[in-house]
Design a protein around this ligand. Structure first.
Ligand SMILES: CC(C)[C@H](C(=O)O)[C@@H](O)C(=O)O
Ligand code: SF4
Length: 416
């Protein structure tokens, strides 16, 4: 069996499962945030369910519109806050913690071998820790909150084997963009993607999270990486629960195997209006941008901020560009402060915002005007996502920083 088959078999209390089979899986962790949590709560109430099945397995978190931006978001947050407190949910993170997909791993809520569902499509990020994380609908979540179970069709697995050393100036974001361009936005529909090979083994956990985060952009149900010492080291001191890592069998059956050699990989940019519209950086050099965004659940972690700061240190961003930097969690923010990264960003004339999703989905802050373009370290770029009539180019933190300096899409390697 592949990793996901093993996890689903265990969660369904079965010895084995095969792709296509429908199983009822026990859910280990279920997360809602304020952008999509209301229909879950009202759905539960309409169904007459007064209590969640297990308050210790539920996480409630505010990250998309934090602090509340208007009366509507304030009302939603008030209602969900009161509900979480009444339900005695200990893992309730108000506006302070950061983006859910960083906070759940940091606070020890996701562990290898588990089934984690969230009312957010990038729940697949947790596959970097060797668990099956997937996004589900809000009303579906009401059923999970009531019963602790959810049915799944066991996905087929696409194995992606990656070998070689990433060149200087090329990082995991470039790699996942390259893969996305090849596989396409629908090429992995309802499949599980297993990333493996020496490049993945060498990667930091943060870089692996960037890889798994974008599995959904290929239509995948999950992205998964076999957990190793880096995962166990990260989780030690964050969770008291025993870890039960799951590995693929040596003769596991895959739907397809793709192989990559990254020794000559170039930086990549995903161009509007579709996430799989990926081009080598060279082809888009010089494209005018008005805003640069460094943050999100894809690339708002400490290593991402470090990479951008390396480019920006001692320099100032272009007069015609505004750059928004958002550490993706309070923990990342503190670490960045201690390392002097925040000082570097402020001296470079960036704007720092509090941890959360920020402008990633056209949220309350950092919205673009029609006709403007943003270079962003996030994960989606359909037209208008970051503001009506605006365009988004997706790239690595290095490319985002270099482009902010030049006012046009630029190659970071000249600054390294
Ligand atoms: C608001 C939420 C449902 C959405 C998602 O599920 O992905 C958001 O996080 C996004 O990135 O577009
Ligand atoms: S940072 Fe962006 S992609 Fe991630 S959860 Fe928030 S809105 Fe969605």
């Amino acid at each position: 069996m592949t990793i996901i088959e093993k996890i689903l078999a265990k969660a369904a209390g079965k010895k084995s499962v095969t792709p296509g089979e429908i199983v009822a899986a026990n859910i280990d962790v279920a997360m809602i945030h304020e952008a999509t949590g209301m229909p879950t709560v009202t759905g539960l109430e309409e169904a007459g369910c007064r209590q969640v099945w297990d308050p210790d397995k539920v996480v409630v978190l505010f990250d998309h519109t934090v602090p509340a931006a208007d009366s509507k978001s304030a009302e939603i947050e008030k209602r969900l806050r009161e509900w979480a407190i009444a339900q005695k949910i200990k893992a309730f993170y108000d506006i302070k913690a950061g983006v859910c997909h960083q906070v759940l791993p940091e606070k020890g809520h996701v562990r290898p071998g588990e089934v984690v569902v969230g009312t957010d499509s990038h729940t697949c990020t947790y596959g970097a820790l060797g668990c099956f994380g997937t996004g589900i609908g809000s009303t579906e979540m009401a059923a999970v909150f009531a019963t602790g179970k959810l049915w799944f069709k066991v996905p087929e697995t696409l194995k992606i084997v990656i070998n070689g050393k990433l060149p200087v100036g090329v990082v995991s974001k470039d790699l996942i963009l390259k893969i996305l361009g090849d596989v396409t936005g629908e090429g992995a529909n309802y499949k599980s993607i297993e990333f493996t090979g020496e490049t993945i083994r060498e990667m930091t956990l943060a870089s692996r999270m960037t890889m798994c985060n974008m599995a959904i952009e290929m239509g995948a149900k999950a992205g998964l990486i076999e957990p190793d010492e880096k995962v166990f080291a990260f989780l030690s001191g964050r969770t008291a629960q025993a870890l039960e890592p799951v590995r693929a069998d040596p003769h596991a059956v895959y739907e397809r195997v793709l192989t990559y050699e990254v020794g000559n990989l170039e930086p990549q940019v995903s161009c509007p209006p579709a996430v799989d519209h990926v081009k080598p950086l060279q082809e888009v050099l010089g494209t005018k941008i008005h805003q640069a965004f460094l943050g999100s659940c894809t690339n708002g972690r400490l290593e991402d901020l470090r990479q951008a700061a390396e480019i920006l240190k001692g320099r100032k961003i272009h007069r015609d560009v505004r750059m928004i930097v958002i550490p993706c969690s309070a923990e990342v923010y503190l670490d960045a402060l201690k390392e002097g990264l925040i000082e570097t960003f402020i001296k470079a004339e960036c704007v720092i915002c509090n941890p959360g999703c920020g402008p990633c989905f056209g949220g309350p802050k950092g919205v673009l005007a029609a006709g403007e373009a943003c270079i962003a370290s996030s994960n989606r770029n359909f037209r208008g996502r970051m503001g009506k009539g605006s365009d988004t180019y997706l790239a690595s933190p290095l490319v985002v920083a270099a482009s902010a300096l030049d006012g046009v899409i630029a190659d970071p390697r000249k600054y390294m």
